[in-house]
Design a protein around this ligand. Structure first.
Ligand SMILES: C[S@@+](CC[C@H](N)C(=O)[O-])C[C@H]1O[C@@H](n2cnc3c(N)ncnc32)[C@H](O)[C@@H]1O
Length: 213
């Protein structure tokens, strides 16, 4: 189902078109765990922050409120980024760039460089095929600068096996490290139980890495 023949763009566009943002299974009113890890990075306000598969996340408003001014937001679904754009209330002067592109078959994303922070919550785990994962981690290696940071937050080994009708790969921190390779040093990792708008729970692993070479 998650192989390359499937139309992921249509799948995700449809998810955002048919459901109000606050009712999506992954909606977070306060993305506290992400913000905690981002704070650990001690980045200057003009650091280049990339949010992979951002959907309609509330994180971008929080980052703008916290003074960050240089943010690139990506998703495969244009409908998600339209919702996100419409939700932005904080700091209208900040630079927020929107890129509709597929992380597993990047075109415009291939131009990314000098990223200070790559943030991905609940996106990588949908890439069940080896070639999809390879493309994703190649992009990280190309785009994240030395001394930059990577935050990965995905369903953990005890977590759900599906989300939004798609299969997922369940992760632990060793699997992240293995995929990132020796140029990335683990700084922090924890498990977190997220409660969905429906009241159901989802088990995540959050990890923060720093690029050392
Ligand atoms: C479960 S949602 C998480 C959204 C957001 N990261 C959050 O935490 O609210 C997964 C997101 O990944 C996006 N996505 C899925 N496959 C993608 C791909 N190949 N390239 C870019 N984005 C993708 C979807 O459109 C969706 O917005």
């Amino acid at each position: 189902m998650n192989d390359d023949s499937y139309n992921f763009e249509a799948h995700w566009n449809n998810a955002y078109l048919k459901t109000p943002t606050e009712n999506l299974g992954w909606y977070e009113e306060n993305p506290m765990q992400s913000l905690e890890l981002i704070n650990e990075c001690n980045l200057p306000n003009d650091a280049l922050i990339f949010n992979a598969g951002a959907g309609a996340t509330t994180l971008i408003n929080r980052l703008l409120e916290n003074g960050y001014t240089n943010i690139i937001v990506n998703d495969i679904a244009a409908s998600a980024l339209t919702d996100l754009k419409n939700s932005l209330t904080a700091n209208k002067d900040a630079k927020v760039q929107f890129i509709v592109d597929d992380l597993t078959k990047p075109t415009e994303l291939l131009n990314l460089k000098n990223i200070d922070l790559w943030h991905d919550r609940a996106v990588l785990h949908f890439f069940t095929e080896e070639n999809q994962q390879k493309a994703y981690f190649n992009l990280i290696n190309k785009a994240v600068k030395v001394d930059g940071f990577v935050i990965l937050a995905q369903f953990n080994l005890e977590g759900a096996k599906k989300c939004c009708g798609l299969n997922v790969v369940n992760y632990n921190v060793e699997m992240f490290q293995n995929k990132l390779g020796n140029n990335f040093q683990l700084l922090k990792s924890f498990n977190y139980t997220y409660t969905q708008p429906s009241g159901n729970t989802r088990e995540y692993v959050y990890s923060l890495f720093k690029r050392t070479a």
